[in-house]
Design a protein around this ligand. Structure first.
Ligand SMILES: CC/C=C\C/C=C\C/C=C\C=C\CC(=O)SCCNC(=O)CCNC(=O)[C@H](O)C(C)(C)COP(=O)(O)OP(=O)(O)OC[C@H]1O[C@@H](n2cnc3c(N)ncnc32)[C@H](O)[C@@H]1OP(=O)(O)O
Length: 302
């Protein structure tokens, strides 16, 4: 247990203080207790938390329409919800899924990375780092029930889970497609992918910005199961039951043993990584690429 405790992410207090401040700016992070489960069911504007099974599993539903982009406000609310679950001894596992049709998450919110100032980019990147660290090192069993499209930052989120279930639908593509936007996946995105599918497959997937359809995602090991859309959540709960049959302390220490070195690489250079991001994203050429990509997304509609 000691290792798991030591692994808790530094700067947590700092981000949470920031989160509460942002929450205040949003009009308070509201945790509306409701239903027969009392305080165990709660919701903020963008994250719903519902009881999953036998009171020890929670289902977190991402609800940031239209596409669950990972905006700063969303990240803040998600991190507060996750912390609540981590601190509640009753919960041993969390299923993460989407409340938005056909999209698990569109990844990082492009509007947070385009046309803003360096201070904003730094604040945003710190929250993205925190999301990854908190999820990657979570003591909880995390199962991603990926019920839709899952590019870039959405894929990163899914990759931090212990198990990934993908819906068998043409919309459900998954991968780190950063190069298609003219940007580069940071080293810790890359590390997470390499830890999941291996070096060669990652090299190809990253350079080509591949978004894998379900059968290929399964074949390359990016997801563990592909099931019909209406069975994603039930499959996630059934896989969860299997993982919860393992004693927590042994599973948590094993998870820490597997992931600590990867997380430490970022922890040791968080500030440098933020500065790297700020200078990269502020470049005129990168801003231009983002602008073109955003315009393409808009044109797709019209
Ligand atoms: C040397 C290196 C040093 C440092 C490293 C530095 C940098 C690395 C930096 C960044 C890493 C970023 C990772 C990311 O996550 S980038 C985000 C990548 N995401 C995508 O490519 C997905 C884009 N979206 C889509 O493909 C589609 O929207 C969809 C498939 C998810 C859903 O399709 P739909 O047809 O259902 O919906 P749309 O009509 O396309 O979209 C609706 C609406 O939402 C807007 N939108 C979509 N995605 C995003 C997004 N990621 N952020 C913000 N907004 C988004 C879209 O524009 C539409 O808006 P309007 O209604 O037109 O206003």
């Amino acid at each position: 247990m000691a290792l798991a405790v030591r692994m808790r992410v530094p700067c947590r207090a700092l981000l949470c203080a920031g989160a509460q401040l942002r929450g205040a700016a949003l009009g308070r992070p509201e945790w509306a207790a409701g239903g027969g489960d009392g305080a165990r069911r709660f919701a903020s504007l963008r994250v719903l938390v519902e009881p999953g099974a036998e009171g020890r599993v929670a289902v977190m539903k991402l609800k940031n329409p239209p596409v669950n982009s990972l905006s700063l406000d969303f990240l803040t609310e998600f991190l507060i919800s996750l912390e609540k679950l981590e601190n509640d001894k009753a919960f041993r596992g969390v299923v993460i899924t989407s409340d938005c049709p056909n999209v698990f998450s569109a990844g990082l919110d492009l509007r947070e990375m385009y046309g803003r100032n360096p201070g904003h980019y730094a604040e945003y990147w710190k929250a993205v780092q925190e999301l990854w660290l908190r999820l990657y090192l979570s003591n909880l069993v995390l199962v991603a029930a990926i019920n839709g499209s899952c590019p870039a930052g959405g894929c990163l989120m899914a990759l931090t889970s212990d198990v990934r279930i993908l819906s068998d639908s043409p919309k459900s593509v998954i991968g780190l497609n950063e190069t298609l936007l003219g940007i580069v996946a940071p080293f810790w995105f890359k590390d997470t992918l390499v830890n999941t599918i291996g070096h060669r497959a990652s090299e190809r997937a990253l350079q080509l910005g591949l978004l894998f359809p379900p059968a290929e995602a399964l074949q390359v090991g990016l997801v563990d199961h592909v099931v019909p859309e209406d069975q994603v959540q039930s499959m996630a709960l059934s896989v969860m039951a299997h993982w919860l049959a393992i004693p927590d302390h042994a599973r948590q220490l094993t998870k820490a043993m597997m992931r600590k070195a990867t997380a430490d690489r970022l922890i040791k250079q968080r500030e440098a990584d933020i500065q790297n991001f700020v200078s990269f994203i502020s470049r005129d050429s990168i801003q231009k690429s983002l602008q073109i990509y955003l315009e393409k997304l808009k044109q797709k509609k019209g």
